[in-house]
Design a protein around this ligand. Structure first.
Ligand SMILES: Nc1ncnc2c1ncn2[C@@H]1O[C@H](COP(=O)(O)OP(=O)(O)OP(=O)(O)O)[C@@H](O)[C@H]1O
Length: 611
């Protein structure tokens, strides 16, 4: 038995979020560009008002000339009442343009975020889907779902607000500094003495955010994994009255999740106020010095004078600097949360699923299968489950595989689909190593009915036609009849349009098996693998299905695993496995004559039947 791994945040990437965004950017960077430019214009305009008010203030109350940088002096009236009307009109115009650019930037940033997320989500899902079975064996479904869902949602939170916060914050910062420099550059230097401290504190909190968010993302994956397995196994939970025990397990994990979330939240709680406190202190010191300067007409070593009309907008811009400081804290929290999520998404993508491009396509195979010296142990285990197997199966031959539970029958068949690669030896179809064949063409060439067939949520028709292009109704019905499914399907109210619930819970095991058989018969592949395909079907129905299958599989290579020996009795050859080794093979009669393991198994079953 193998131990489950957790999907952890890979740590080797310097800028995981940027790497992920760059990989998935598509053609959407243009939207981000429009968002940045329009947001920059909107914020610059919105900071302009106080500057103009300061100029107007000095013109009206301090008898200074009313001039606006870059604005033609001839357009500015000389009369104070007209100056007031002019100022109000100018400010209204600026606000309207600011509004237009603001709407445009929201629109562009939202489009950028949603389109990028869509691509990241689909890419992540596509990667996960193509990963080898090893991955799914070693990771819990809930943990994988958590990458596809909650990690992508953490990215969404950042992409929704992050770019706009960064641009707005930077624009307020730059425009405020420019206006402050225009008003009084010496006072500006005083206000900025706090900047390095703010920087250092923000980066310290940023590191705390990242560490805490890594924990939150991992705990979310763990909790999702537990919830998923509990709900999937709800029948067993109920059968063993395990509800209280399961609730306790969920409660324990949920409590751990709560604690790590709380620690992450505590970083937030301390981050913003610390930054605001420092920015507030800088504001008060600047106000004190500025007021002294206005009152005394000079201050310390500084040259020139400072008017009230300069100090008021200056203080406004000093106060405005608190916003970028707050945004920086908010942005850092979101960014670090998204970085932790990006690390997990990237660590899944790094698993590098095998791609079909460089492989050989498989066209009209004869169905000649050979296993040469195949040995294997499941990843994460030291125990070999297949030992040095050699089999040659001729085109058109039907071979039955029998043996005690855990003997390695299903594992042996999985190599044929390249679900797993053998540790030693090769599995070839028509002389080509299956590892060199394109997965798609290989898997389309072999119709596979697994032990516990899975039905997708949807109609019966959709389940039967899964993986097959447009199919006529009578072909579907013919496949269902051959699989012994038509009778029960026609008795359902909606017939072939009846919905089957998640995992086909509304159907019995035998009914699901019959739909799975119909699915492969409809696909009409050149080879078949039936792994306990009729184990849940009653004996009478099995005989009927077997007759149809004998007809369909007569000229096609077919591998059949069965515990019920009557299922394989008429195959061309029966291979008996024990602890991953072939211990006997031959026809039913030959094996009975041999009086070995197969004969024992047969006698037990015949004895059981005759009882
Ligand atoms: N995904 C897996 N990871 C680790 N070990 C596995 C995995 N699947 C099967 N095994 C182990 O490999 C061995 C062979 O399993 P396999 O399913 O091939 O046996 P089987 O002969 O088909 O059994 P059964 O008749 O019960 O279906 C068993 O010991 C099983 O515990």
């Amino acid at each position: 038995m193998s131990v489950r791994d957790r999907i952890v945040a890979g740590t080797d990437e310097q800028q995981p979020l940027l790497t992920l965004v760059w990989k998935s950017k598509g053609n959407d960077l243009g939207y981000a560009g429009v968002g940045i430019v329009t947001s920059f214009v909107a914020q610059s305009l919105s900071s302009l008002d106080m500057f103009i008010i300061g100029l107007a203030f000095d013109a009206v109350f301090n008898d200074q000339a009313y001039t606006i940088p870059l604005f033609p002096n001839g357009w500015i009236p000389g009369n104070p009442t007209q100056q007031l009307v002019f100022t109000v009109a100018l400010l209204t115009g600026i606000k309207l343009v600011d509004l237009g650019f603001g709407i445009c930037s929201e629109w562009a940033f939202s489009l950028f975020a949603q389109r990028l997320l869509h691509r990241i989500r689909v890419d992540a899902f596509d990667t996960v889907q193509r990963l080898n079975m090893n991955f799914f064996d070693r990771h819990q479904t809930g943990d994988v779902m958590s990458v596809l869902n909650s990690d992508v949602n953490a990215l969404e939170r950042f992409l929704e607000f992050g770019p706009s916060l960064a641009t707005t914050g930077l624009t307020i910062l730059v425009s405020s500094l420019v206006y402050m420099a225009l008003l009084n550059w010496q006072l500006m230097l005083i206000s900025l003495t706090i900047a390095p401290v703010l920087f250092a504190i923000n980066s310290w909190f940023g590191n705390r955010h990242e560490i805490r968010n890594d924990d939150v993302r991992e705990e979310t994956g763990r909790l999702n994994a537990l919830l998923e397995t509990n709900i999937s196994g709800i029948q067993v939970v109920k059968a063993f009255s395990g509800e209280r025990h399961e609730t306790q397990r969920v409660s324990n994990l949920s409590d751990r999740h709560r604690v790590v979330n709380w620690h992450a939240h505590l970083v937030n709680v301390r981050h913003q106020p610390s930054m605001r406190l420092l920015a507030g202190a800088a504001f008060i010191v600047t106000l004190f010095i500025g007021t002294e300067w206005v009152i005394d007409g000079e201050f310390w070593v500084f040259s020139g004078t400072l008017t009230a009309g300069e100090l008021i907008p200056f203080m406004y811009y000093t106060q405005a600097l608190v916003r970028p400081v707050r945004f920086a804290a908010w942005f850092t929290g979101l960014y670090k949360g998204a970085t932790s999520a990006a690390k997990r998404i990237l660590s899944v993508q790094r698993m590098n699923p095998s791609r079909d491009e460089e492989k050989t396509d498989f066209i009209n195979p004869d169905g000649h299968i050979t296993y040469n010296n195949v040995s294997f142990s499941y990843p994460g285990t030291d125990e070999p489950v297949i030992h040095d197997i050699n089999i040659e199966i001729e085109p058109g031959e039907t071979v039955g595989f029998v043996g005690e539970t855990g003997a390695g029958k299903s594992t042996l068949l999985k190599f044929l689909f390249a679900f797993y690669d053998p540790d030693d030896g090769t599995v070839r179809v028509d002389s080509t190593d299956v590892r060199d064949l394109s997965r798609t063409s290989l898997r389309r060439s072999i119709g596979y009915v697994a032990q516990d067939p899975f039905l997708f949520t949807g109609t019966i028709r959709e389940n039967i036609t899964y993986g097959v292009d447009e199919t006529a109704d009578d072909t579907i019905v013919a496949a269902a009849k051959a699989a012994g499914a038509h009778e029960f399907v026609s008795q359902l109210d909606d017939g072939y349009d009846a919905q089957v619930g998640e995992r086909g819970v509304t159907l019995s095991g035998g009914q699901r098996q019959r739909l799975a058989i119909a699915r492969v018969l409809l696909a009409d592949p050149p080879m078949f693998v039936f792994d306990e395909a009729t184990s849940h079907v009653d004996n009478r129905t099995e005989v009927l299905i077997q007759r149809s299958l004998d007809e369909v599989t007569a000229d096609r290579t077919t591998l059949v695993v069965a515990h019920r020996l009557s299922t394989v009795r008429n195959t061309d050859r029966i291979v008996v496995l024990d602890s991953g080794e072939i211990i006997e093979q031959g026809t039913h009669e030959e094996l009975l004559d041999r009086d070995g393991t197969y004969a024992d198994l047969w006698n037990v079953q015949v004895g059981a039947v005759s009882e």
